[in-house]
Design a protein around this ligand. Sequence first.
Ligand SMILES: Nc1ncnc2c1ncn2[C@@H]1O[C@H](COP(=O)(O)OP(=O)(O)O)[C@@H](O)[C@H]1O
Ligand SMILES: [Mg+2]
Length: 316
Amino acid sequence: MNTETLLEVRGLKKHFPLSRGRLIRAVDDVSFRVKPREILGIVGESGCGKSTLGRLILRLVEPTAGQVFFKGEDITALDRHRLSSIRRAMQMVFQNPFGSFNPKLRIAWALMEVCRYYGMSREQGSERIAALFSDIGLSGDLLNRWPQELSGGQLQRLAITRALLSDPALLVADEPVSALDVSVQAQLLNLLSDLRKSRNLTMLFISHDMTVVEYLCDRVAVMYLGQVVETAPATELFGNTRHPYTRSLIAAVPRLDTVEARDRPAPKGEMPKAAEELPGCPFAPRCPSAQSRCLRERPPVKEIAPEHLVRCFLVS
Ligand SMILES: Nc1ncnc2c1ncn2[C@@H]1O[C@H](COP(=O)(O)OP(=O)(O)O)[C@@H](O)[C@H]1O
Ligand SMILES: [Mg+2]
């Protein structure tokens, strides 16, 4: 494996059974690599499989097929003991800050419990918490407060603090700013960007919001119905958009500079439930440029520029 790869996902699939032998193909043959200190954005509409992908990477759900390599080690093959030691190095932050702390514990207790879990003494735990509070810009008097006394922005900073207590190499952030006000969102994004530098963090940043992804991420993977349809460095993806689905996502972003674009609809129609196996391109039924072949055959992945991969027959 390339030493410039921290995380590699190969042919990853997660199919959930439905009744009568049918399946939800939540994640359907996803492959990508993430370099150390890179922020990879995973973007797509609700239900396209982003959270399932994040949870597969931390092995919070078992894959139907495929592998996840972390620092060259296939974590899908690890036993419980080895897995728990590797979990310290991979942490997750979730969307809802209000549900992420036990309302019966003051913040200091909640954080100290995690330190104890990682085998730190009281002193070591206090030191680690104080250092992170200073990096993250949290005031020490939050430690004596109850979660329900705090704002969404404060709780999300604390959730990030908690995730960093084990000094992870990889942070999977699943819609971490989606529940916050826009002004607070920007502060959190800047914080994540600073933490990447100060703590050498690699991040998988999951979002349904193209604007946020463009602002924060180095590289972006666009998901549709369990598949990655386009991947590119962020400037390339937004400057040289090639997949019709990515185009429609970008066209749907409200722009402050043009009133008319604000009312432009998101991709026409709804993303179908990922139940049936589609023989062709998953986006073909909604694609404005689809040809008959797109409905019959699954397009291969093409590299159209360095690190710019597109799964579409119409792109050459
Ligand atoms: N535990 C589960 N059992 C059955 N279906 C699930 C489960 N988790 C997710 N799904 C389905 O998998 C698809 C992808 O879900 P999810 O990964 O949550 O998407 P996203 O995070 O992009 O909104 C959806 O159709 C969802 O209903
Ligand atoms: Mg989700």
